[in-house]
Design a protein around this ligand. Structure first.
Ligand code: OAD
Length: 249
C-alpha cells in the first residue's frame, strides 16, 4: 500500500483544521538522543525496573539510587537539542498562531526550547524538583545545589526533594490534564506522534478527540496500542515525517 494518498489527506485535513492538537510521547525526542521507555532494545523499561525507579515506593526504598538515575537522565536532557520534528511543530505554530496545541507526555523541555512555549506537560518536568511529601513548614524546594549524589533533605522535618515527574500510581497534574482534555475535545485534527499508547489517561486523549469528531493521524515507525483510534497511520519517525508533513502548510 502506498503511503502517499494518506500523506496527502493528512496534509489536507491539517490545512483545513482551525484547531490542531498534537499529542507526543517519547518517540518525539528519540532522534534527539533521549531514549524511549518501551522500545524493545533501547527503551529504558527494558533495562531498568520502573517499580524501583519511577514510583514513590521505589524512591522511599532507595532515594540515592533513584536520585542518581534521574541526575543522569537530567544530564541527557540538558545535552539534547530539539530535532527536526520539534522544529517543524514550532515553525508551524509560528506561521499559524493559535491553531496548534502541543500536549506532551515527555518530561524533557525540547518542545519548549524549539519554540512551542505553551506545551502542556502531562507527566511533569524532569529538570524541576519538588518535595516528596507536603512539607509541614510550607517551604519550597531549594534547587541551588552542586550536583549532589543524594537528594537534599529538609533539615527540620526530613522531607526529601524528588524530581517533579509523575511516577507510576500518581495522578497527573490536574490543570495540565484539564488543558489537554480541552485541546483534545475541541480540535479538528489530532496528530499523535511517537507514543506507544500504553499509559493512561494520556493514551485516552486520542479516543476522546475522535469521539468528539476529530480526524486522528498517528506518526510512528511501529504499531501502537491506539492505532485503532486513527483514521490515518503515517509510518515513520518524528524527524522524518513532521517536516515533510507540516513545512509546506
Ligand atoms: P514509549 O516508550 O512507551 O513509546 C515510544 C513510542 O515511540 C513507541 O511507539 C515507538 O514505536 C515510537 N518511536 C520510537 N522512535 C520513534 C521516532 N524516532 N519517531 C516517532 N516515534 C518513535 O513512550 P511513551 O508512549 O511516551 O511516563 O510512554 C508513555 C509514558 O510511559 C511516558 O511518559 C513515561 C513512561 O513510563 C512517565 O514518565 C510518567
Amino acid at each position: 500500500m502506498s503511503v502517499q494518498p494518506a500523506f496527502g489527506e493528512a496534509q489536507q485535513r491539517l490545512r483545513e483544521a482551525r484547531s490542531i492538537c498534537v499529542l507526543t510521547g517519547a518517540g518525539m525526542s528519540a532522534e534527539s538522543g533521549i531514549p524511549t521507555f518501551r522500545d524493545t532494545l533501547t527503551g529504558l523499561w527494558s533495562r531498568f525496573d520502573p517499580a524501583q525507579l519511577a514510583s514513590p515506593e521505589g524512591f522511599r526504598a532507595d532515594p540515592a539510587l533513584v536520585w542518581r538515575w534521574y541526575a543522569e537522565r537530567r544530564d541527557g536532557v540538558r545535552r539534547a537539542q530539539p530535532n527536526a520534528g520539534h522544529r517543524a511543530l514550532a515553525a508551524f505554530e509560528q506561521r499559524h498562531p493559535g491553531r496548534l496545541s502541543v500536549v506532551s507526555q515527555n518530561v524533557d523541555d525540547l518542545h519548549q526550547r524549539a519554540g512551542n512555549a505553551g506545551t502542556v506537560r502531562l507527566h511533569g518536568d524532569i529538570l524541576a524538583d519538588q518535595w516528596l511529601d507536603p512539607c509541614p513548614r510550607g517551604l519550597s524546594c531549594d534547587t541551588d545545589w552542586a550536583a549532589p549524589t543524594e537528594p537534599p533533605r529538609c533539615s527540620e522535618c526530613g522531607n526529601l526533594v524528588r524530581p517533579a515527574v509523575v511516577w507510576f500510581g500518581e495522578p497527573l497534574p490536574y490543570r495540565a490534564f484539564e488543558a489537554a482534555e480541552r485541546a483534545a475535545q475541541s480540535c479538528q485534527v489530532m496528530l499523535v506522534v511517537g507514543t506507544s499508547g500504553a499509559v493512561w489517561p494520556a493514551a485516552g486523549l486520542a479516543a476522546l478527540a475522535r469521539h468528539r469528531g476529530a480526524f486522528v493521524v498517528i506518526v510512528n515507525p511501529h504499531p501502537s496500542e491506539i492505532d485503532h483510534e486513527a483514521h490515518l497511520l503515517l509510518p515513520g519517525t518524528a524527524a522524518g515525517v513532521l517536516p515533510a508533513l507540516l513545512d509546506p502548510l
